[in-house]
Design a protein around this ligand. Sequence first.
Ligand code: ASP
Length: 439
Amino acid sequence: MKKIELHIQILIGLVLGLSFAIVSIKLGWPVSFTINYIKPVGTLFLNSLKMVAIPLVFASLIIGITSIEDTTKLSRIGGKTFFIYTVTTIIAVLLGLGIANLVRPGEVISTQTRDALLRLYGVQVEQHAGSLKQITTSGPLQFLVDLVPENLFQALGSNLNLLQVVVVATMLGIALLKIPVRKSKPVILFFEGLNEAIIELVRFIMKLAPVGVFALVSSLLIEIAGGSNTHEVFEILYALLWYVATVIIGLAVMTLVIYPIIMRFFSNTSYFTFLKEMRPAQLIAFTTSSSSAALPVTMECVEKHLGVSEEISSFVLPLGATVNMDGTAVYQGVAIVFIAQALGIKLSIETQLMIIANVAISSIGVAGVPGGAMVTTTMILHAIGIPGIGLALILAPDRILDMCRTVTNITGDAVVAVVVASTEGELTSDTNKHITRKD
Ligand code: ASP
């Protein structure tokens, strides 16, 4: 019997999870059953993916850097990667701002809904304001200071420190290139072994993906419906429909128009094939709302199915999962304009330029975890003089939008990996079917 492809299995898990949640909510099954027996399966799957993120980033970046060997090539690839990441992020935020200015979702929201949202979500906003206070009292160069951990093992101890891990691994990789081969070889071999073992582990974890996705989706929906008045949730979502639609249109344009254009110009890989091969990673990103959790799968898809060399993917992708967030940039562009419109604040051209700069810079600091964008969104509101309480207007549908923007985030990273590999003369493609590595 033909084996069902993994992404189809995951999709089945997603649909079954959705159906189970709907039936369970409709028939009033006890929420405690889901919390006690289904949610832990999802958490187990999510934790397994998160568990491999830090060692994978650390080992693969060191291998990526040391396997490039030639430092001129390394700086060329590094330069290209940073350049494309910056350009795509700027395009993404411009797109978000443009669409929000066109659709004007903040102008259709009634004053009653606006006040109700500010009341309902005001408390949650105060939590974000707490984190903001810490950031704003630490001075403008704090983000630079935060790049380097005072203790490597502490940095390796939390997924929120992924950016520091990237910095240390890059420095260590470069240092290994500088010392005599006799001494660097055993260290590199160690990381190569570690990397291979982690990849094997990921393959095993992915076998559990359909069940994990079922558990994650069903428990998320049942918890949302059980924790609050379902009627109220739907009313709020309805009132914010224009806003949600504007963000989704922005993400769709980025993913289905801008990326194909970039790929068309800089690579021979057909975008159709690309999307097909990326499906498992996109489904994991969608269900986990986390670029870091999806990273191992993204790497597997890009290397094994899109033919990008380990050398490039293990440098470009871990970096992308921590610093490149195009989906988040589109979302922030729309969200900020929406809040301003709903609060009756006019955004001048200068302020919108400030938003572009702020989103592009702060995207480096967004952690690839669910809701990672919240802190920087509060920061940007603060920087352009919009009351932070405005965040309350967008919190209700945030989890759904987080799922969607994370898909764009990881797709953007993979596009850059393919483009960098193509411009390095690594890929040949018979455009519609298989991509082969040029050896
Ligand atoms: N959840 C997103 C990610 O992991 C970050 C965010 O936009 O909140 O890519």
